[in-house]
Ligand binder design. Structure first.
Ligand code: ARG
Length: 400
């Protein structure tokens, strides 16, 4: 029989897919689970795969690659889709697609399968990445092809003795080191506040204010409170500390690529803190001109990553610009966290453009205020001229 490689999480959608691929497409299924830091029991997932009758199960630990090639560039790009969503799911998809293509080639599979619905962004990300990497592979998306819905899938799972965990029945969750997305269930009513059971990292257990200092080197986070840490430990630590102060929940209305507006709930304490700290450091060391331009670059970067165009050459082009700006993004940012809120309260950098002598109101100032008079006159030249014309025109035409 011909083979198909299925990107497999062990959840509802992908478990149902195994059965459909076997019975409807008459294919031998190889399941692949890519570890991007989701807190899952991988042995259990392998067991589920074999119970479902997959002929092989592959596990790939891609955490290192995910952090270095996907998460760190996101930090450098201050990547927040619609100024809110740190893109955890979005940036993991092209990496998973790359691994599925590799495994498909290794096993001579004729097709690749994923459990995405036809309503979301993940289908866009998977399909475009797979096609960019190998246009000869067929893509089978059973849930989308058969227009399946969660209630129908649950019925099908029950009928076919497919084991589904209780959390998976309640919400559709996608998790990795960069964050967790929680969808479905009671969250679909946009008037409802999410229940606490939707969250894992964010548990308000600390009522005192807390401080944390994050160190960056060339845009990459490297330390917490002066202690050098590998990026995975650093993110885990931030998730824990910020989460204990109730920091890290995002609840917003998001525009999906296919046009649907959706209510999205995320928890990403480390991502929010790191991006806030990184942005603040950039404000200290980059010039006004660089910052204004980079704001647009960052926004475009987030859109490409969100909308499945990770492999578009423009993203590589933007990364080249961003990396150049990061040469001076070295320093330390101190953040205060308290009952769900967080803000930067201190910063320092060898590349700081902040000049105490210029800004101080005391007599130690080296700034000659008299120079400002001429500057202000010239700066407002055109605005004053335009207003003078408008005023004259109105007066001549009896409008005032
Ligand atoms: N809306 C988010 C995105 O497009 C999250 C998707 C989460 N996926 C899921 N299967 N729960 O990236």
């Amino acid at each position: 029989m011909s083979k198909v490689v299925l990107a497999f999480s062990g959840g509802l959608d992908t478990s149902v897919c195994v059965k459909y691929l076997q019975t409807l497409h008459h294919l031998d299924v190889i399941t692949l689970t890519v570890d991007v830091g989701q807190d899952d029991d991988f042995e259990e997932i392998a067991k589920v795969s074999s119970e479902l009758g997959a002929i092989d199960h592959v596990y790939i630990n891609a955490k290192h690659e995910f952090l270095n090639d996907y998460v760190v560039p996101s930090i450098k790009a201050n990547a927040l889709y619609q100024q809110k969503y740190p893109l955890a799911t979005a940036i993991a998809r092209p990496l998973i697609a790359r691994k599925v293509v590799e495994v498909a080639k290794k096993h001579d599979a004729i097709a690749i399968s994923h459990g995405c619905t036809g309503k979301g962004n993940d289908q866009v990300r998977f399909d475009i990445a797979i096609r960019s990497l190998d246009p000869n592979l067929n893509i089978i998306a059973p849930i989308r092809d058969m227009n399946l819905t969660r209630d129908k899938e649950l019925q099908y799972a029950e009928k076919n003795n497919i084991r589904i965990s209780d959390v998976a029945k309640k919400y559709s969750i996608d998790e990795n080191l960069w964050g967790r997305a929680i969808e479905g269930g009671s969250l679909e009513n946009i008037e409802n506040e999410p229940h606490d059971d939707a969250f894992k990292f964010v548990q308000q257990s600390n009522n005192e204010a807390g401080y944390i200092t994050i160190g960056f080197e060339r845009g990459r986070p490297v330390s917490i409170d002066g202690e050098k840490l590998e990026i995975d430990s650093l993110i885990n630590k931030l998730n824990k500390v910020a989460g204990s102060h109730g920091v890290g929940i995002i609840d917003h209305i998001e525009d999906r690529v296919i046009g649907i507006k959706s209510r999205e709930v995320y928890e990403a304490p480390a991502a929010l803190l790191l991006i806030e700290a990184h942005k603040d450091l950039e404000k200290l060391v980059l010039t006004n001109q660089e910052l204004r331009f980079k704001f647009h670059v960052d926004d475009q970067w987030a859109w490409l990553a969100y909308s499945g165009l990770w492999l578009d050459p423009l993203l590589t082009d933007l990364n080249a610009f961003i990396d150049k700006t990061q040469e001076r993004v070295t320093g330390e940012i101190k953040i205060k966290m308290h009952s769900g809120s967080y803000r930067v309260v201190g910063r320092k950098s060898t590349f700081s453009l902040y000049d105490d002598d210029a800004i101080t109101y005391m007599s130690s100032s080296k700034f000659d205020q008299r120079l400002a008079t001429g500057f202000v006159t010239l700066w407002g030249l055109q605005s004053s001229a335009a207003n003078k014309k408008i005023w004259e025109y109105k007066r001549q035409n009896g409008k005032i």
